[in-house]
Design a protein around this ligand. Structure first.
Ligand SMILES: Cc1cc2nc3c(=O)[nH]c(=O)nc-3n(C[C@H](O)[C@H](O)[C@H](O)COP(=O)(O)O)c2cc1C
Length: 190
């Protein structure tokens, strides 16, 4: 059965909640194993990210889901350091043919999150991965509605500055993404 790794950065915990939702969705597919890998600033020295244990976990996964807050219209510096730190993996095409997907969180309803997902897509394509989009129509635009932001490249979530919990609809969107990734990885493995 497939293994799914979720690699993400979260400063204030919202993206972390979404990563847990992706994990919940993936675990909903019987037999799927899930690794949550939270990027931490202490793994970055002089701008270079290094964590051999995390790299080994990613090498063992059938699918990698990338998660990051949107900062200044793109992925966070911590995600960028991780991506650059995996350039050696790229050189070996170590992630080739793994399933890839992504989610992002920001404070603005748009917040230019599309650019974050597109940048993560480009990284996945450089690695020769197989991208899985959201595949879910918007239920509506309320906080309780799945895919309320109407994104298709991946999962987008938004939380107001004073909210500690992510919106239930965004949580649902990420559960859906995790399930879809695990299903795709199982099919791809067969
Ligand atoms: C440096 C910085 C840049 C940010 N840039 C954006 C932005 O471009 N668009 C937006 O909507 N929110 C922006 N925000 C808000 C973050 O997206 C929000 O704090 C983050 O998603 C919270 O996620 P977390 O709780 O997982 O850390 C920014 C926040 C910081 C600290």
């Amino acid at each position: 059965m497939p293994s799914v790794a979720i690699v993400y950065f979260s400063a204030q915990g919202h993206t972390h909640q979404l990563a847990e939702a992706v994990a919940e969705g993936a675990k909903g597919i019987a037999g799927t194993t899930v690794e949550l890998i939270r990027l931490v600033g202490t793994d970055i020295a002089e701008g270079r990210w290094k964590n051999d244990a995390a790299v080994a976990k990613l090498a063992a996964a059938d699918a990698i889901v990338f998660g990051t807050p949107t900062y200044m219209g793109g992925y966070s510096a911590q995600m960028k350091a991780f991506i650059d730190g995996c350039a050696g993996v790229w050189f070996q095409q170590g992630w080739k043919d793994k399933i890839a997907a992504a989610f992002t969180h920001s404070m603005g309803l748009s917040g230019d999150k599309l650019n974050t997902l597109q940048s993560l897509l480009v990284n996945a394509m450089q690695h020769g991965m197989v991208w899985v989009g959201l595949g879910l129509l918007a239920e509506g635009t309320g906080p309780e509605h799945a895919n309320r932001i109407g994104a298709y490249l991946g999962a987008m979530a938004q939380t107001d500055g004073n909210q500690t919990e992510v919106n239930p609809g965004d949580r649902k969107t990420c559960v859906h993404l995790g399930k879809r990734v695990a299903e795709a990885a199982a099919r791809w493995k067969r």
